[in-house]
Ligand binder design. Structure first.
Ligand code: X2X
Length: 363
């Protein structure tokens, strides 16, 4: 300091000292934060992400501007690279499916264990018990250990099966059918065990593959395949709820640390509200045991869904809907037992056990 004063004089030294004191504790905010999602804005997933962005903009009075980039634009379609781009800061925020982060964070395969949740008496209650329970905490830690700041869980939905060939009510019906799956090994294992011919493909290529008949079927939540009009090509849907697909509201840790504590609280609150909206959209008209609670919630926030009776809607657009009886479900479950057994250790025995305990405690 003395040298500095001698060289530049006392006033300059004073000014320099003051600038250190008043330097903002937080880096300047960006003009735009990029948020990554895979499908279009018109899906429940997209609407939830957009709601988050809207709430944040409004409550921060325009200071925090999060732009939703749909259709996997930020990953140039390579959705299973998304976590790496969040970690390195190319992506600031994301509302991502656990499936797309599972190649880097194996714990996330828990949700894609076939019939793990569907085997429970109430699959939604079971899923909530896990995301809000001990297993959920372990998953949040696993994400943070790999370099992503976890905010909360949202929901894409339970994944159902559509195809262009025939009604599917048993694994035999799947025999030889070419089914598009996400680039995640557990999905290949599951469909092979069921006798299908799974093909890995990114979502951005899937609709044209369906149109051209390169694949016969695909699996996604109704809320995600309906907006892209899959019913124009696939006349058959099977409601088998075989895997859960929560979304993760996450942020790059450096970006997170650049926000003031007040803004971090604002972001957390907005993400939780957007997640609640996304979850209600993913469940309305599909949760047989909700007693109207999802519809009431959506009414309460003045976001009435366009469709709240999905079986009726799917039938109206020409789909044949197959709901499986408990006996039919059991055949699928038995066929995939070896997959659940083999994947326990890959996911982490402790985590799978914690999830089983969370589900048992909620029964
Ligand atoms: O690729 C899919 O099937 C999608 C849109 O559901 C995901 O990103 C996991």
């Amino acid at each position: 300091m003395r040298k500095f004063m001698r060289k530049f004089g006392v006033p300059a030294a004073f000014a320099f000292f003051c600038s250190l004191l008043s330097a903002p504790a937080f880096a300047a905010y960006k003009a735009e934060y990029k948020l990554d999602i895979v499908p279009s804005i018109t899906t429940g997933w997209g609407m939830g992400a957009q709601y988050f962005s809207d709430l944040v903009k409004e409550r921060s009075e325009g200071k925090i501007n999060i732009k939703v980039y749909p259709n996997a634009q930020l990953t140039t379609g390579k959705q299973t690279n998304a976590f790496m781009l969040l970690r390195n800061g190319t992506i600031d925020f994301a509302c991502q499916s656990t499936i797309n982060y599972s190649p880097q964070i194996p714990e996330l395969n828990l949700f894609a264990l076939p019939f793990f949740f569907a085997a429970q008496p109430d699959r939604y209650k079971a899923l909530d018990a896990v995301t809000n329970g001990k297993a959920g905490e372990m998953i949040a830690k696993a994400i943070e250990a790999k370099g992503g700041k976890f905010i909360c869980f949202g929901e894409n939905g339970f994944r159902e099966l559509t195809n262009s060939k025939r009604s599917i009510a048993s694994p035999e019906d799947l025999d030889g059918l070419k089914i598009r799956v996400v680039g995640s090994p557990l999905f290949l294992d599951t469909f092979k065990a069921l006798g299908a011919n799974p093909v890995t493909m990114v979502w951005s290529d899937t609709m044209s593959a369906i149109q051209q008949g390169v694949v016969d079927g695909q699996e996604n939540p109704i809320n995600t395949f309906y907006p892209v009009k899959i019913y124009e090509y696939h006349k058959f849907v099977t409601n088998w709820h075989y895997v859960a697909d929560p979304t993760l509201f996450v942020v790059n840790p450096k970006v997170w640390d650049s926000f003031s504590p007040e803004d971090q609280a604002l972001l957390t609150q907005a993400a939780k509200e957007a997640a609640a909206y996304q979850i209600a959209l993913a469940r309305v008209g599909l949760d047989e045991k909700d007693g109207g609670k999802n519809l009431d919630f959506l009414k309460g926030i003045e976001k009435m869904p366009e469709i709240s009776d999905w079986n009726k809607q799917l039938t109206e657009v020409g789909m044949t809907v197959t709901d499986l009886s408990p006996e039919q479900m059991k055949v699928f479950m038995d066929k995939t037992q070896s997959i659940r057994d083999a994947w326990r250790s890959k996911i982490g025995e402790d985590l799978v056990k914690a999830a089983e305990e969370d589900m048992a405690a909620a029964k």
